[in-house]
Design a protein around this ligand. Structure first.
Ligand code: GLN
Ligand code: ZN
Length: 757
């Protein structure tokens, strides 16, 4: 009997793979395409090549069921919007790639789709917008083509990945009722399944991560109806969930009429659910034991024990697969290339390729001696008793500023009404990046590097002064990335050379790896702040990234809890703020764009997270003097759920993403009764469109409907690093023109009132 024909053999499975290219080929090709340097055909060549390299990597390691369809030019949710024909009215004059990228990034006069976090990851997807009574005409050609190419490489190992209908709609913006929209969408799924069956496909993955959310229970009837309908197709269905356990929904989800169910065993407690409720007979269970979201090597001892218990908890006729817990898109391609990392650390890293090896090792029982690498690592990882002691000794007063908002606010900088500022970064031009790269490669001295940075700072301060902004920034030219910059200056963090993962579209990040205790040996931002402040009378903000964002955008160590890591970072930032104050800073901004995204998927865990996350921010900023104005900035999320937490952060001013969500955030803050100052973004910096003054003026006038002008700041939506100077300059000029018009109107009003008009 051949191995494959053995029914006892445990199969391996993946749920998606990195899709940006080992050398960021997709990003490079996209940028060239957008500049008009290459044609669509050349772009697609790169796309196919990257997809195929991913398939080959999985095939060569003998993965049995390989999820295909995660490859994308920009975002998978956008791909499915387009495939289902869910094209909002405003894009309908466009076609093909022009329309695709307009939906992703906006074009002159046509705003992009909204973008938001993918569950609790640092990936952002484009929110499908389904208009009222939409009569979509689906076109699945590109997907069928992708699948047929995959079959050409992988044969029957290729398992198409579909986003499940209920998750798709849960994550969409709907105009009509959920039921009606689902009813309209469902036949298209059946059509697609039919087309895939005709291609000879033998299994379909239906990804329904929304099943792990607290709201799953309310949709139970829909899931049951939808899956009964989809089960009519001849294709075996693999219902895939991840990012948490199924919680209360477990007992009915496992009864849905599917052949295979894929569960995440790395988050939540799936094993306990199975032990408590059992598993229906004749099922295939794909156990996601290889963590798709951590960079750490599998712990053989733990996985071995887990699988032992699992086997005794499931019916004997259950066929078991070993799976990645979720798509591997959340980890980089391979740790093998990270030659610069210390060997003991490299020995316990596992990126996508290593995780494929782990899948094999688990099913082939090759785990003897596997954990020795962990012993070597533990003997090596940095430990610092001072910081451990400081965290252990924290008292309640360390988390609170000395003076309450009402008392401290009058002591802080005085500015005109509707003060103008920016979020921090200014264009990271080729010149800026080249300058940093030359220093990194050792081609220029530190003095030459710093004087170059200072020239960028001085230009940027001059521009802001010249435009007439009220509160300035230095521009963040010394920073590759808002987390990497700080992590590089702390102990306890390691950096990869090639460890890129997709944040959204063509924007990739290289999350640092936290592997030991965190301390701040030297000041991190004081030099650049001082250079900028010396150039102007206007207040310059000291710019820091908050503790929760640094944590959430890194790969954390797993031997201490996340709040301890956050407090260690917070203490380092607190020391930095003291140094900035000593250097004359009147304002500091501590960005927490990632605070919201760290929210656990299940509501019952929110409170615990928000408590320590907000405490970490308060610990970082709590030492600031009353006359120091503390700003924070948040973006890319819906904030309605965390208003209380935002309030408890006790920042004097918050600038917040707003432009892509139709003032929703602002309205929520106003309705909540938020009492401190707010700078809702007046335009979307992620779009290349330059807003005109009328647009910004209209925005400001709408803001004033919600919050009194005394509480409002005026700023873009986020940092300007991804934009070009010839976009930034007119945009800010228009912003200031709009503010002057609105201020003039406000000044005129009391005068009219005095005249009794
Ligand atoms: N200060 C940062 C910047 O302007 C904030 C970036 C962010 O919110 N993602 O670039
Ligand atoms: Zn932002």
């Amino acid at each position: 009997m051949t191995k494959d024909a053995n029914p006892e053999r445990v199969l391996t499975q993946t749920l998606g793979y990195p899709r940006i290219g080992k050398d960021r080929e997709i990003k490079r090709a996209l940028e060239r395409y957008w500049r008009g340097d290459i044609a669509a055909e050349a772009l697609m060549q790169v796309f196919w090549k990257v997809a195929e390299v991913g398939w080959q990597a999985q095939l060569s390691r003998g993965i049995d069921r390989i999820g295909v369809g995660s490859a994308t030019l920009y975002d998978q949710m956008l791909d499915w919007s387009v495939r289902f024909g869910l094209i909002p009215e405003r894009f309908q004059s466009l076609t093909g790639l022009a329309r695709y990228f307009a939906m992703a990034r906006g074009v002159e006069g046509i705003p992009a789709l909204e973008m938001t976090k993918w569950f609790d990851t640092n990936y952002h997807y484009l929110v499908p917008e389904i208009e009222a009574r939409a009569q979509p005409v689906p076109v699945f050609d590109d997907f069928l083509d992708l699948v047929s190419r995959a079959r050409g490489v992988l044969g029957s190992r290729a398992v198409p990945i579909l986003i499940g209908p209920i998750t798709f709609l849960t994550l969409s913006r709907l105009s009509d009722a959920f039921d009606a929209t689902l009813e309209a969408l469902l036949p298209h799924y059946s059509t697609l399944l039919q087309a895939l069956a005709e291609q000879g496909i033998q299994e379909i993955q239906l990804h329904e991560p929304a099943l792990v959310l607290s709201g799953a229970e309310r949709l139970r009837g829909h899931y049951e109806r939808v899956y009964a309908k989809l089960a009519e197709s001849a294709l075996p269905l693999n219902l895939v969930t991840y990012f948490d356990d199924l919680g209360d929904a477990y007992h009915w989800v496992v009864d849905l009429p599917v052949d295979t169910i894929s569960l995440d065993f790395t988050r939540g407690d799936t094993l306990a659910l199975i032990e408590a409720h059992g598993l229906p007979a004749d099922r295939t269970l794909a156990a996601g034991v290889v963590d798709g979201r951590s960079v750490w090597r599998l712990r053989a001892e733990r996985v071995g024990a887990l699988l032992e218990k699992l086997k005794s908890a499931i019916p004997e006729n259950t066929s078991l697969r070993i799976s990645a817990s979720c798509s591997l898109q959340f980890v980089p391609y391979t740790a093998e290339r990270e030659a610069a990392l210390p060997t003991p650390l490299r020995g316990v890293l596992a990126f996508a390729e290593e995780k494929l090896n782990e899948l094999r090792a688990v099913v082939e029982n090759e785990l003897d001696g596997w954990d020795q690498a962990w012993d070597v690592f533990h003997a090596f990882a940095p430990a610092d008793e001072t910081i451990q002691g400081r965290v252990a000794a924290l008292a309640p007063e360390d988390f609170t500023r000395d003076s309450p908002y009402k008392l401290r606010r009058p002591l802080q900088v005085a500015l005109p009404r509707l003060p103008t500022t920016t979020i921090g970064s200014f264009p990271q031009t080729a010149a800026v990046r080249g300058h940093r790269a030359r220093y990194r490669r050792g081609e220029i001295t530190r003095e030459a590097y710093e004087s170059g940075i200072d020239a960028f700072i001085s230009y940027t301060v001059g521009v802001q002064d010249g435009l007439g902004l009220d509160m300035l920034v230095h521009g963040e030219f010394e920073r590759t990335d808002m987390v990497e910059y700080f992590a590089d200056k702390f102990t306890g963090f390691a950096f990869t050379s090639h460890g890129w993962v997709q944040s959204f579209g063509s924007r990739y990040v290289r999350p640092p790896i936290i592997y030991g205790d965190i301390t701040r040996p030297l000041p991190m931002t004081v030099r650049e702040f001082s250079v900028a402040q010396a150039l102007t009378e206007k207040p310059v903000k000291g710019m820091l990234t908050g503790p929760v964002t640094i944590l959430n955008w890194s790969y954390p160590r797993t031997d201490v809890s996340r709040h301890v890591i956050a407090y260690q970072i917070a203490l380092a930032l607190r020391d930095e703020i003291a140094d900035l104050e000593a250097a004359g800073a009147r304002v500091v901004q501590v960005d927490e764009p990632a605070l919201r995204e760290g929210l656990p998927l299940k509501r019952e865990h929110w409170k615990a997270y928000l408590t320590w996350a907000v405490d970490a921010f308060r610990l970082a900023t709590g030492g600031a003097g009353p006359e120091t104005q503390v700003h924070t900035h948040m973006c890319y999320s819906e904030f309605g759920d965390v208003l209380e937490a935002i309030d408890r952060m006790d920042a004097d001013v918050i600038s917040i993403e707003n432009a892509r969500s139709d003032d929703a955030t602002l309205r929520e803050l106003a309705a909540y009764g938020y009492g401190r100052e707010v700078g809702p973004g007046v335009y979307d910096i992620h779009s290349p469109v330059v807003p005109d003054a009328d647009y910004i003026e209209a925005k400001l006038r709408s803001f004033i409907q919600h919050l009194p002008p005394e509480k409002l700041w005026v700023n873009p939506d986020c940092g300007l690093k991804t934009r070009a100077w010839d976009e930034v300059l007119p945009a800010l000029r228009h912003l200031l023109a709009a503010v002057h018009r609105v201020r003039a109107g406000l000044d005129a009003e009391p005068a009219r009132a005095e005249r009794g008009e």
